[in-house]
Design a protein around this ligand. Structure first.
Ligand code: ZN
Length: 147
């Protein structure tokens, strides 16, 4: 199995069985995200312990890439603090947008998102959950749009 097939399998698996899917009640912060280009909508719920994300869940409706990306993100950032999450977002963003960006081992399964850069129209599908997460971390309760 080559890397591309492996990445595709990770995306398909997380779309079919999204991790941490559903409401989080009670939650400390939440934000809604919308990607009008594709119609993806999602809500991210956070339970915080100071600067650290103690728990995260998401719900919404979107394409396979937006769902898989949100699922992968929730697994990756649970237990991390805001500065670690900021660092991860920067790495994911270059993975999605720079053809020559290489996933380092700290990204784990998020490396599968590098397959998305072959389809520039879908980059916003994959980054929606991260923008929504940032909105939840910043303010709690904001709505973000990728437009
Ligand atoms: Zn989409």
């Amino acid at each position: 199995m080559d890397l591309k097939e492996l990445y595709r399998d990770v995306i398909l698996d997380h779309n079919k069985r999204p991790r941490n899917f559903g409401k989080l009640e009670p939650s400390d912060a939440q934000a809604d995200g919308h990607n009008p280009l594709c119609g993806d909508r999602l809500t991210v719920f956070l339970k915080m312990d100071g600067n650290r994300v103690e728990d995260i869940r998401f719900e919404g409706k979107g394409c396979a890439i937006s769902t898989a990306s949100a699922s992968l993100m929730t697994e990756a950032i649970k237990g991390k603090d805001k500065s670690q999450i900021g660092g991860m977002f920067d790495k994911v963003h270059s993975l999605l947008t720079k053809q020559d960006a290489i996933a380092d081992s700290s990204l784990g399964k998020l490396a599968a998102l590098s397959g998305v850069r072959e389809y520039p129209a879908r980059v916003k599908c994959a980054s929606l959950c991260w923008h929504t997460l940032n909105a939840a971390l910043d303010k709690g309760g904001a709505t973000v749009s990728t437009e």
